[in-house]
Design a protein around this ligand. Structure first.
Ligand SMILES: CC(C)(COP(=O)(O)OP(=O)(O)OC[C@H]1O[C@@H](n2cnc3c(N)ncnc32)[C@H](O)[C@@H]1OP(=O)(O)O)[C@@H](O)C(=O)NCCC(=O)NCCS
Length: 208
């Protein structure tokens, strides 16, 4: 039976983890069965190697749904990376408050805050893609290899490029609406198991 409480779902494969079981930061969440594969670094070090500039003072969150596939090197760039552009200079004076006699409590004025990163359910993020702060990626979307995602990606949309643009929809609008109502990822495991062949084959009429 599928068991989302494991770290390593595949026997003998230490390059693939269920993400939720290797996360320690309170401001990162990953849903059941969402997996990360890394053949260069230890996938258990996802937080250190893939989630950048997420400082606790900022309280920005990475929320990832269930059954996502995150490829090696995909990265999430948070708000402390956004040197403020509301200033005459992008030099982060507030970060170097001791040097310039500024107040430590104003350190967050060094960056522009664009908000959380939200990844839906059943999202596939390709190799080396970069997702910027404030972006929401809808259920069922696909992010191409090496994309830089600067704007929201609608559900069941394939997006790619720098900056990422929608390349195509995965299904027609009626089917997408139907899938978004179906939310198969919220079904009990037993029901998913029964329907795996129909889900895989794309035969919606065969779903039980
Ligand atoms: C995005 C992706 C899924 C699209 O696959 P596809 O539907 O077979 O795409 P196609 O080859 O039909 O390409 C459709 C268009 O998107 C473009 N495109 C495809 N992938 C792209 C990418 N990563 N970045 C930018 N453009 C891309 C193609 O050039 C083509 O453009 P055109 O219509 O102007 O000719 C695939 O190209 C990709 O990037 N997969 C990621 C693979 C990966 O990283 N796997 C990691 C292991 S999990």
């Amino acid at each position: 039976m599928a068991d989302s409480s494991k770290i390593y779902p595949r026997t003998g494969d230490a390059q693939t983890v269920y993400l939720k079981n290797v996360i320690t930061r309170p401001n990162i969440e990953a849903g059941d069965y969402t997996m990360y594969n890394d053949f260069i670094h230890d996938p258990a070090e996802f937080e250190q190697n893939n989630v950048f500039y997420q400082y606790p003072i900022n309280q920005d969150r990475l929320i990832i749904g269930k059954f996502c596939s995150i490829a090696c090197g995909a990265k999430f760039l948070f708000n402390s990376a956004n040197h403020t552009m509301a200033s005459l200079s992008t030099y982060p004076f507030p970060l170097f408050f001791e040097e310039w006699g500024l107040e430590k409590k104003e350190v967050a004025a060094a960056w522009d805050n664009k908000g959380d990163i939200r990844i839906g359910n059943d999202v596939w993020i390709g190799y080396d893609a970069v997702i910027l702060a404030g972006v929401t990626i809808g259920d069922g979307a696909i992010i191409g290899a090496r994309a830089v995602v600067t704007k929201d990606v609608p559900p069941y949309t394939v997006a790619g490029g720098v900056p990422a643009k929608p390349l195509k929809k995965r299904f027609d609008d009626d089917t997408i609406a139907w899938l978004l109502r179906l939310k198969w990822w919220d079904w009990p495991e037993e029901k998913i198991k029964k329907n795996i062949r129909a889900i895989q084959s794309g035969r919606l009429d065969q779903l039980e």
